[in-house]
Design a protein around this ligand. Sequence first.
Ligand code: EPZ
Length: 416
Amino acid sequence: MPTYQITGAIPLCGQVPIGGAKNAALPILAASVLCADQSRLHCCPNISDVSNALKILKSLGCKVQLREDCVVVDTYPANRCEIAPNLMATMRAAVIFLGALLARFGEARITQPGGCPLGERPIDLHLLGLRHMGYRCEYEGNVLCCKEEALRGCTIALPFPSVGATENILLAALRCDQEIVLCNAAREPEIADLICYLKKCGAQISGANTSVLRIRGGRRLHGATHTVMPDRMEAATYLCAAAITRGSVELLSAQPRHLTAVLESLKKAGCCVRVSEDRIWLSCKHLHSCGSIRTAPYDAFPTDAQAPMMAAMATGEGSTVFEENIFSDRFRHVPALRSFGADIYAADRYAVVKGVGRLHAANVAATDLRGGAAMVLAALNAEGTSSISNIAHIQRGYESFVQKLSSLGAQIKITE
Ligand code: EPZ
């Protein structure tokens, strides 16, 4: 089983390019089904989740081409509206194909999506929106069958600004030729990137970056060329890597305006941070507690940066309280961090982290994407050589992880 071997206690220094955002590329690849045309995506990250999204597109009859600098998708030949359970099970983002298939064909059949085990991850809010606009959604066994009945203009109010529900409702609404208003929509930057792509395809959508989206569909869309936004979670991970190793990094093609809460917390923890339009510099000599971290919808502290930040705080001076308000079970990385010597007590949605300075080597198994990344960060701080197995979790979301960390001076390799 492929395993990372990491020899730590080396400060990371240097420049690292930030790739395209996983959580923008995936919904955009799903949305390309609506265009029945060719689209070209630049900065589409070379990660296993994207490979699985391309497998889903091919299973629907689409043509996919991986070029040097872009991914070309031709969805004109798409002729199926059902996704195989094994493909649905690969990732949470597979569920976003539901809205895309409904918009293209007026019907879709999917099974429960996969994804990181972060607690309950229902799709009731997705279905609330689809049913409200006039799709019939019923389970036949474990298959969710959705079909257009009588689409109508309406206003949908989400009880919680769910990212996936916002994306699915946005896509499915594009089949309706009357205006659909989505209130309490998620405002994550990845949704604005999806809207940017859809507007290039000719879609009529207003309200990007706000919590009220107005969609007027019923128009034929065409393909587009789009450059995927930088991955703010990849950026947050490398910033925490520099902090936990007391190093100094420069992130290239990052977008600091997408990371204000994370940058504020790192500055509070003693890091020196400097930004320009598309670069972030961080250096860290001494790390201490940033006080507390409360995860919440954008633009508060993002839940996907909670685990990497927790690893960093485990090595600073003082105590930090984490409050995880997005997922019901997102402290699965805590036992592994304690194996490295971290002093963490977690109960329900709270974790208290007492900084211990230097960690020691350990052999652990990744539990999920961001938790696995947090274990890599802990190993980079630790004296000695650590191993991290189940790295497939990590490879889902971090392109060229070993190469990028090695270029910053890390001693990391993959062993079978
Ligand atoms: C997206 O997941 C991201 N994934 C997640 O990133 C991210 O953590 C999350 O948004 C929050 O920002 C992708 O974009 C592929 P949600 P999603 O719907 O859409 C509950 C990563 O590490 N909920 O906003 O699944 C849900 O259970 C991943 O890259 C319902 O109750 O997130 C959760 O507690 C992890 N019913 C909360 O809302 C629903 O119908 C947030 O979920 C939908 C969600």
